[in-house]
Unconditional design. Structure first.
Lengths: 113, 114
């Protein structure tokens, strides 16, 4: 059974700092891995999607990497801003007939001005 | 730009009451999903519909039923609500069932069962 873990559960950093969020998964047979952002009281917004054949994806100040063999992904946020404060979730999409998204529990990020 | 619309946004039920959570998407997506989000648990899939006319169980289907009314609408029904069903419920949709498709989420329904 696929399990997704995110460390740390919460993180507080000063504005301008570069930071890394971690995601690990137990079954390397995945179609893709996605990073989502969730603002308080809101739904999820997709940030980056890395397909199983890719090593990384970039969007603006965000860079996500994927190492399937070790079951790890990282989300790198450069020059953090208070507007980056949110919960960040990773999710893996498995293969086979189910092809469902399995989510981690998220990292709550607070960027202090 | 409505995207995925969920109603209601908030609901309080008494144990044993029934209700239906509504979800509609206007992106002509084939696949739709219902998730619940609990503190410390992440999002867990309740039911999904890969295409109109089909529904399948996810990780935590007990106590729920779903109806894919048409391509746009996917409802979630609690027949006899229990306190364990207190949660935030999210509906999502995606274009296809393929590896490149990322789901779009609604804003959620916050349900309390007393």
């Amino acid at each position: 059974k696929q399990e997704v873990t995110q460390i740390p559960a919460a993180l507080s950093v000063p504005e301008g700092e570069n930071l890394v969020l971690n995601c690990s998964f137990t079954d390397s047979a995945i179609y893709n891995l996605q990073w989502f952002r969730q603002d308080p009281g809101k739904g999820l917004t997709s940030l980056l999607l890395i397909q199983s054949s890719q090593r990384e994806q970039t969007s603006g100040r965000l860079n996500a990497s994927l190492d399937k063999s070790s079951g790890r992904s990282t989300l790198y946020i450069a020059a953090s801003q208070p507007g980056d404060s949110a919960t960040y979730l990773c999710a893996v999409k498995g293969g086979g007939a189910t092809n469902k998204l399995i989510f981690g529990t998220g990292t709550l990020l607070a960027v202090q001005p | 730009n409505a995207g995925v619309t969920q109603t209601p946004k908030f609901q309080v039920l008494k144990t044993g009451q029934s209700m239906t959570l509504q979800c509609a998407q206007d992106m002509n997506h084939n696949s739709m999903y219902w998730y619940r989000q609990d503190p410390g648990m992440g999002l867990r899939l309740i039911y999904y519909s890969a295409s109109e006319g089909t529904t399948d169980k996810g990780e935590v289907p007990n106590g729920y039923n779903v109806s894919r009314l048409n391509k746009r609408e996917f409802s979630l029904r609690l027949e006899s609500a229990a306190p364990s069903q207190t949660s935030v419920y999210f509906c999502a949709s995606s274009g296809n069932w393929g590896p490149r498709d990322s789901p779009y989420f609604g804003a959620g329904t916050r349900l309390s069962v007393l």
